[in-house]
Write a protein that binds this ligand. Structure first.
Ligand SMILES: [Fe+2]
Length: 318
């Protein structure tokens, strides 16, 4: 396969304070260079006999391919980030940035400071949408290859020297300021709208327990810390408890096989949360039994391992 060249994403003659010479050199030599490398490497990989290729040769080529592909993609986004008049007028993107960064100005201050901080160094500053959490984050991407997994970058500032040296010499700050003066806000907002349609990773589905309410381990921890009324019980199977030999601090263990012996200890006026080792069958089944008995019971997803994964205090048990 050959990667196709994309037209430059902004009209270079309209830019303020970024010369035609700079933009042409950037597009033709650096973007074009990345694309040419990408195609050459991809072609080389296509003709390789992987059974006979030494590991270090394959390692080097795959690393170079990643760098060239990311450089190609980020340069395309960089050119598309420019071409506006730097004026932010739309409410939509301002509200999104305020949601994720506190305010539009806070977002801009962080992004700009990250650009300044790369002056004299090299790398990308990206505004990236993370579908898992439905949020934006500013990130560095050095070596063209540290983009967030599953992230969708929607704004790119190129901080490699070739992006500004012709016009600004070592004055990287003036270049970052020029980037903001030329920022195309309407295009940024459209890219955000596209990115926000990307679904997050599919959740774990337990069809047999559909309709049984679960609760996140963080929420349970917050309820307990806030002193809210909640009865939390560890109902791991006995053999799990004896193998793992630990228990979340402040939580009692009850044998899920002996539910009838301890159900009388529970108070129906307060919610109950039960959990097993990882959040699968035993916790869910116990929650069902408790609900059938008239309790407001939920299972805690991620279970005992979840407690440990969020750093809840653990003590020895058994
Ligand atoms: Fe560049």
């Amino acid at each position: 396969m050959r990667y196709q060249l994309k037209q430059i994403g902004c009209r270079p003659w309209t830019l303020s304070g970024l010369s035609l010479q700079l933009m042409e050199s950037h597009y033709e030599n650096n973007y074009g260079g990345a694309l040419r490398r990408l195609n050459a490497i991809t072609e080389q990989l296509g003709s390789m006999d992987f059974e006979k290729t030494p590991g270090h040769v394959l390692n080097g080529l795959k690393r170079d391919q990643l760098t060239a592909l990311n450089s190609t993609l980020l340069h395309e986004l960089f050119f598309s980030s420019l071409g506006g008049d730097g004026t932010q007028t739309s409410k939509g993107i301002a509200e999104v940035l305020a949601r994720d960064f506190g305010s539009l100005e806070k977002w801009r201050a962080e992004f700009r400071a990250m650009g300044y901080a790369l002056g004299g160094g090299s790398g990308w500053v990206l505004l990236t949408y993370v579908p898992r959490d439905g949020r934006l984050i500013n990130q560095f991407a050095s070596e063209h290859s540290q983009a967030i997994a599953s992230g969708v970058p929607i704004l790119a500032l190129d901080m490699y020297e070739h992006a500004y040296h012709i016009d600004f010499g070592a004055n990287a700050r003036a270049y970052v300021d020029a980037f903001f003066r030329n920022l195309d806000w309407p295009a940024l907002e459209q890219r955000y709208e596209d990115a926000a349609k990307v679904p997050g990773p599919r959740p774990l589905i337990q069809p047999e327990f559909d309709g049984i309410p679960g609760i996140a381990v963080e929420e349970v921890k917050e309820m307990m810390a806030a002193g809210k009324p909640v009865q939390v019980l560890d109902v791991r199977p006995r053999h799990f408890v004896s193998r793992q030999q630990d228990i979340a601090d402040g939580i009692e263990w009850r044998d899920p096989e002996q539910l009838q012996q301890w159900i009388g200890e529970l108070d129906k006026s307060e919610p109950v949360v039960v959990y097993c080792a990882y959040g699968f069958h035993i916790g869910c089944k116990t929650a069902i039994k408790l609900r059938d008995a008239g309790f407001d019971a939920r299972y805690m997803n991620s279970g005992h391992s979840g407690w440990k994964a969020i750093g809840h205090a653990i003590k020895r048990y058994g």
